[in-house]
Design a protein around this ligand. Structure first.
Ligand SMILES: [Zn+2]
Length: 411
């Protein structure tokens, strides 16, 4: 087994720590931001450029790769990293979140705002519902061709073993803040039962596929905004053992109200085993990354940095803005003069404005390189600040400037 997590430094007065995750495809120095390549590609950017900008690992999505090209193709190719020409560590998420998205209408962004109304029939009444959850698993309709499919914990493990990422996630029922508390309880009970089945299937597959590199399995903590549910989930999955196997790490997922992010992460991290890595699923706005690190998160993933880049939105030390705005037409400065990325060291805002206005393909490439570098580097700087003992000052300095100049600091 070649998976381990070593904590090198633990901050006094907070849960923040610095460590190293070791996988069969290399190490990840934590805390770290893991860029997302949903369909085995970070859209518009070469893997070499991702490595150059400091990405230590990439995360792909099991649901999308299962539908296309098919998990068996990735297995034949030698696994996800080999298939996509990424030599470093890889993650896949289980598909639970995407399948849930089908349930509430595909591509509809999950409302992560507790103030919005909360009714389970948001899903049930939706005539375009593409997924149905039962105690055994989820039946869903492909968003590609309308064909019917079924994910169970066992199938999710089989698919993720075929895809072959170094770190995989247990199949969970991801809820939204729309769901009622009784439904959250039901979903959590299912996630508990499914976690046990994932451990069993994972153990069987690991024993069967002896020539393949070891894959680490992370359990996923649900429980929405409820303290008792989150703590129960952390206690149950943190100590869960089946077939002589326990989880190698944990993902914190599901409905996370932005305002309560730190509180929720702190609830679960005071219960989960300290010596195992914690991944915060789908969170990547700069201010949220600080909250995560302070509360003991080791790795993050988020598709936002690349998704907003393709719409000309960039993160900078002056906050977030859109390069397609006419004010940049004659701006011959870098996107961010403090950024060391390929884009900022070779191109101007005026050029970026031009390629976005002209809908040139390179606009996505250059803006994605910048945004991914900005977020990867920010978390790298947090890691260094923890080692140097000045994390609090670094945070105050960054957020003071970022929020002061940003009209849109949050997402
Ligand atoms: Zn840059």
């Amino acid at each position: 087994m070649s998976f381990s997590f070593d904590i090198k430094h633990a901050e006094s007065g907070s849960r923040a720590r610095v460590g190293t995750i070791t996988t069969p495809h290399g190490q990840i120095q934590t805390p770290a931001f893991i860029p997302v390549g949903t369909k085995a590609t970070v859209k518009s950017v070469l893997p070499e450029a991702m490595a150059d900008l400091g990405a230590q690992a990439l995360l792909a999505n099991a649901y999308h790769l299962y539908l296309q090209p098919g998990a068996d193709i990735l297995d034949e190719a030698g696994g996800l990293g080999e298939f996509m020409n990424w030599p470093g560590p890889t993650f896949t998420d289980s598909g639970g979140f995407q399948v849930l998205s089908l349930g509430v209408g595909f591509k509809k962004v999950l409302a992560m705002d507790a103030k919005t109304f909360r009714r389970d029939d948001v899903i049930a009444d939706n005539k375009e519902r593409l997924a149905h959850v039962d105690d055994e698993g989820v039946t869903f309709k492909s968003h590609l061709d309308g064909s019917m499919h079924r994910f169970t914990p066992e199938i999710s493990m089989q698919v993720q073993h075929q895809i072959g990422a170094d770190i995989i996630f247990a199949f969970d029922e991801c809820t939204t803040l729309h769901n009622t508390r009784p439904y959250q309880v039901l979903a959590m009970d299912r996630t508990f039962a499914w976690a046990m089945r994932c451990l069993d299937e994972h153990k069987a597959l690991t024993d069967e596929r002896t020539t393949k590199p070891y894959q680490a399995l992370f359990g996923v903590i649900q429980g929405a905004q409820y303290e008792d549910l989150r703590k129960k989930a952390a206690g149950d999955l943190g100590s869960m053992q089946s077939s002589g196997q326990s989880f190698d790490g944990f993902g914190i997922g599901g409905a996370l109200d932005k305002g309560a992010l730190g509180t929720i992460v702190s609830w679960v991290n005071q219960i989960l085993p300290e010596n195992k890595p914690k991944h915060l699923l789908g969170i990547g706005a700069p201010e949220d990354l600080f909250v995560g690190v302070e509360n003991g998160i080791d790795t993050f993933d988020c598709v936002l940095a690349s998704r907003i880049a393709r719409t000309s939105a960039v993160y900078t030390m002056e906050g977030r803005f859109n390069l397609s705005n006419s004010g940049f037409k004659r701006d011959f400065t870098a996107i961010d003069d403090e950024c060391d990325c390929y884009t900022c060291t070779h191109y101007t805002r005026a050029y970026m404005h031009h390629v976005f206005r002209g809908k040139e393909i390179i606009s996505a490439t250059l803006a994605t390189i910048h945004n991914e570098r900005f977020i990867v580097r920010l978390v790298d700087q947090m890691r260094q600040a923890l080692l140097d003992g000045n994390f609090k000052d670094m945070k105050a300095d960054f957020l003071g400037r970022y929020k002061h100049r940003s009209g849109q600091a949050s997402d």
